[in-house]
Design a protein. Structure first.
Length: 94
């Protein structure tokens, strides 16, 4: 049971990290697109949309991480938080 909970927590954290990396990559591609767009309006608009997508994605993902931390506090993990894996493991083993 405890191993399943820990596996789910590690999986959620890994997915959140992958999503953050993806949105940073999208943001960087959009920034490069703006730099290389020149006077092409369509390319400039596409790059702007990529930057907006990257920013919105980062904000949503970071907000989700804070929600996970809030839920961990409400579930009684105290100030340890689900994102502190070392503290989480020691709290569950106790």
């Amino acid at each position: 049971m405890i191993q399943n909970i820990l596996l789910i927590v590690v999986l959620v954290i890994a997915i959140a990290n992958a999503v953050i990396i993806w949105f940073i990559f999208t943001f960087i591609i959009g920034a490069i697109g703006i730099i290389t767009a020149g006077s092409d309006k369509n390319t400039l608009e596409s790059a702007r949309k990529k930057i907006i997508t990257g920013i919105i994605g980062l904000v949503v993902t970071i907000a989700a991480i804070f929600v996970v931390d809030l839920i961990s506090t409400l579930l009684g993990f105290g100030g340890v938080g689900l994102l502190n894996l070392e503290g989480l493991f020691s709290k569950i083993i106790e």
